[in-house]
Design a protein around this ligand. Structure first.
Ligand code: FE2
Length: 436
């Protein structure tokens, strides 16, 4: 195998190691449903193998189906998450055997693959990028399931850089066009294409994500009890759920506590806030006299280099992420302190856009001009125009293989079991907020 294929084989091994680590637990934990929002962990495990079988073995490799009778059980579109525990899914031992059987044949397909083929599944090994990113995304979902289950485990205490939160609160992005999306990144998804020019008026954007200290100020200022800050759906959600702070927060006297992977700890005030819904982010921004950035504002602030007239793959440039630039890949099971990655700043000087927490934007999930669904409609197209908001930048739980400036994630505005935070923006015409 050449270097390119060796790298892909290494990525396949790495992501599988991750999935197996997240399902290295008692059977009971794996087959139980910990929340109606999530699948049993063992469903995710067999599903990533089934997806790999469908796309690499059958579609790209032309190999006869190994277990066609289970396809239906692992079709995410046929069975909503809340129904998955009642399906006759594979048990943990059988699921592990199945995915191993698939993987054994996947390397043969990789060996035979011609990355210069005109077939878009083969070209640049797109199909491998598809399954590697897909499995990492399920791994992040599995982490969210673990967190919801309250089970101890999967805490990793990898060292993070200390925070250096000094510097301006906001960064100015001058008016002008930039290139949004991509035509050239080989493993980009259909929803990131095509590259197109977007002309934006000037705006301000927070240099750092909103931190726990600032968010606690909003809570303590009665933010959750004041309908002025909430949009109507958000206020209805707030009343219905009784939400009073980010998910997993509790209060003891004067101290905010959180439970992180089964471990109770005081909320670290210097970290980006996480586990907030879009509605909470939107309400905070209004309270702060600001608003959420649009998806285009987020992407321009993250990747655009106006001097070179080109977009960077990451804020700092095109070099792969490393632990001095961004907090990714479950190195530590938490966001890094605010200001931990000055070297990871964008051209404009915006920090921590990649890694730490997914960032809510104000934008609905819509296709870019010239969108063409590939390789299947259910990846993106069926979600366009639904009740979703776009999230950007990836979290500490996301893998570098599945994060870049152009990467778009989306979820319902009420969701907060995912590793989400946000930063605020402000139109230049808007007055500078007084009270903060
Ligand atoms: Fe999936």
């Amino acid at each position: 195998m050449n270097d390119f294929k060796e790298r892909i084989a290494a990525e396949l091994t790495a992501v599988r190691g991750r999935s197996l680590a997240y399902t290295d637990a008692e059977d009971d934990l794996l087959v139980r449903q910990h929340s109606p929002l999530m699948s049993p962990l063992v469903w995710d495990l067999a599903h990533v193998g089934n997806y790999e079988e469908l796309w690499v073995l059958r579609e790209a490799g032309g190999i006869t189906p190994l277990r066609p009778e289970i396809d239906d059980l692992y079709d995410a579109f046929k069975h909503p998450r809340k129904n998955r525990p009642s399906l006759p899914i594979l048990g943990p031992a059988e699921a592990r055997r199945y995915i191993e059987g698939v993987r054994g044949r996947v390397l043969d397909v990789l060996d035979r693959l011609d990355p210069e083929s005109p077939d878009p599944l083969h070209r640049d090994a797109f199909v491998f990028g598809l399954v590697i990113q897909h499995e990492h995304q399920h791994d992040e979902t599995m982490l969210a399931t673990w967190q919801l289950s309250g089970t101890a485990g999967l805490i990793r205490d990898g060292e993070l850089p200390s925070g250096k939160p000094y510097g301006p609160e906001e960064v100015f992005v001058p008016a002008g066009p930039f290139t949004m999306g991509t035509d050239t990144l080989p493993w980009a998804y259909d929803n990131e294409r095509s590259a197109h020019r977007v002309d934006l008026p000037a705006y301000w954007i927070d240099r750092l994500p909103v931190g726990n200290r600032a968010y606690a100020d909003f809570v303590e200022d009665g933010g959750y009890d004041d309908p002025r800050w909430w949009n109507p759906q958000g206020w209805a959600w707030r009343r219905e759920t009784g939400a009073f702070a980010p998910l997993f927060w509790t209060r003891d006297g004067d101290t905010w506590w959180r439970t992180r992977f089964g471990r109770p700890e005081p909320v670290p005030m210097d970290e980006p806030v996480q586990h907030v819904s879009w509605h909470e982010a939107d309400a905070y921004a209004r309270w702060a006299g600001k608003r959420l950035p649009t998806e285009a504002e987020w992407e321009k602030a993250c990747g655009w280099n106006p001097e070179a007239e080109r977009a960077r793959k990451y804020p700092w440039g095109d070099d792969d992420p490393d632990p001095g630039l961004a907090n990714l890949g479950h190195h530590a099971a938490r966001p890094a302190p605010l200001g931990a990655y000055p070297a990871g700043a964008s051209f404009y000087g915006v920090e921590q856009m990649i890694g730490d927490v997914w960032e809510w934007t104000s934008s609905e999930f819509l296709p870019y001009p010239g969108f063409r669904s590939f390789p299947y409609r259910e990846y993106s197209e069926v979600f366009f125009g639904g009740d979703y908001r776009v999230l950007r930048g990836g979290s500490w739980a996301a893998d570098p293989a599945a994060v870049r400036t152009t990467f778009r994630n989306w979820d319902h505005p009420i969701r907060r079991q995912i590793f989400t935070g946000f930063r605020c923006a402000r139109s230049v015409s808007a007055e500078r907020p007084e009270h903060r």
